[in-house]
Design a protein around this ligand. Sequence first.
Ligand code: NAD
Length: 335
Amino acid sequence: MRVAFFSTQTYDRTFFDRLNSSHGHELIWFDTHLNQKTAALAAGAEAVCVFVNDTLDASTLETLSALGVRFVALRCAGFNNVDLPAAAGLGMTVVRVPEYSPYAVAEHAVALILALNRRIPRAYNRVRDGNFKLDGLMGFDLHGKTVGVVGTGKIGAIFARIMLGFGCRVLAVDPYPDLTLKSDLEAAGSGYAELAQVFAESDVLSLHCPLNKHTHHLIDAAAFGTSKSTLMLVNTSRGALVDTTALIQALKQGRIGSVALDVYEEEAELFFADHSASLIQDDEFMRLLTFPNVLITAHQAFFTEEAVESIATITLQNMSDLQDRGKCSNEVVAS
Ligand code: NAD
């Protein structure tokens, strides 16, 4: 299969080229994001392979379809950036990697919590600067704190179990609770609850639900009005779960304790690229960077050796399944 890859990084090429030897697909590499303006680059390809910040709206999909592209292979789990009804209407098949390493993302959420709570970036810089004072570095014990988990699918369930291991009380919310997790939570004095209770009681709140029309700006000004003023908010899921404007207001007014973000609403123009020698024009992002109680990583939660290898392995197999059988168990259909 001839496949046009968009938004590619060096590590994509390294892993895909190595693992493709047993599949023999023709892989064509583009650094640029896929969108309406760049879709023409896919001319001659049967499939496009895309990542989290590519835009597969109706007009992009129409252009791809007119060029003869029949398959969209997402090399990620989330599919909020694809207009699935439009793809279905054009007879295009969309496949994804539903699970590659949920541990990678859950563990990164924990890394953010520990680094933010214990002020590790500040402490690291201070010690390197010969400043060994502890003022401003005080954290809190996680043991005994209430950790809210929004979404207990593959990643959220692992995250919840890790936090149980810290001795936290876990309050989870999910329209489809994981029954094994539920009994484990209850055995540990934790459990599932309604979103309002989770907002109100959490000391740490970690987001692990998908972005869709129901969850867009799930954390908004109203949510900050009901949560503790000391709340630590952690988002490793998708940026638009959090209303950034409301978050900045909450930070300015001291209505939230601290924030760790691996994803950002407007990350598409920023993340996965080096802007260190240019002026960043996103004023909200730059404002977020000014708060001492905000820690941001650039969508790296998935970025472990195991996860990237698994993404390449499953994506190449998805392409082979589509080529050989015309169907694939990892197809995403509009609900
Ligand atoms: P999953 O589908 O296994 O789990 C998602 C869970 O969220 C499901 O149990 C679902 O019932 C629940 N849910 C849906 N709507 C909800 C709502 N309104 N409130 C509470 N729960 C709700 O997905 P996953 O593999 O655990 O991934 C979770 C998210 O993590 C993905 O959607 C993706 O956006 C994000 N992700 C981020 C990275 C990263 O590198 N930062 C990597 C992979 C995935």
